[in-house]
Design a binder for this molecule. Structure first.
Ligand code: HEM
Length: 161
């Protein structure tokens, strides 16, 4: 069923345009990489603050307020640019186990990030009073984001249809 869907998608007009106009794929890949840089830089600022290794002069809610909008905006850009790459070559991704691993890690980290945001908005002191939980959350979040980057790069080298 998924192979048939990939065949259909790659024969649609929009996929043909992306495949045949030589500058579209490199441009979309560049946008994807710039958004990765944005999300990773923002996450490092946030998680290093949660770990207690940077921005000691700023509260956790201040750091969250400054960097979370960048995270969500970059994720929206990643979703859009990633979808265009899938439409261009569906079999490369939708028939690739590493792609599904990447999406699973992404789903986990987005739930954690959203939960962090809800808690920080509800109670500005929440994370300041729970240092151990804050550190564990930061380590899990950083590990998941790094895992997503590794999977993203790995897709090209894993077997696909
Ligand atoms: C939000 C949904 C996302 C979708 C639908 C998506 C989809 C894709 C696709 C289709 C590719 C091309 C893979 C290939 O065929 O070689 C790709 C590449 C990549 N993605 Fe994503 N992606 C998303 C989010 C992310 C995120 C959040 C990160 C990391 C923070 C990320 C990191 C990467 C990396 C490192 C590459 C390889 C870029 C390259 O070597 O040119 N992606 N992504």
């Amino acid at each position: 069923m998924i192979p048939a869907f990939c065949d259909w998608l790659s024969s649609t007009a929009v996929s043909m345009v992306i495949q045949n106009v030589y500058w579209i794929i490199p441009t979309v890949q560049t946008v994807h990489i710039l958004a990765i840089a944005t999300v990773m830089a923002s996450i490092v600022m946030l998680d290093f603050r949660l770990l207690g290794v940077s921005a000691h002069g700023q509260t956790i809610p201040d750091v969250a307020h400054r960097f979370l909008p960048w995270v969500w905006t970059a994720v929206a850009v990643l979703f859009t640019s990633g979808s265009l790459l899938i439409i261009a070559e569906p079999g490369r991704d939708l028939l690739n186990t590493v792609f599904y691993l990447k999406m699973s890690l992404l789903a986990c980290v987005l739930v954690i990030t959203f939960g962090f945001q809800v808690l920080v908005r509800r109670d500005g002191e929440f994370w300041e009073h729970r240092r151990a939980i804050a550190r564990i959350t930061a380590v899990v979040s950083l590990s998941l984001w790094v895992g997503i980057v590794i999977c993203g790069r790995w897709i090209a080298y894993a077997a696909h249809g």
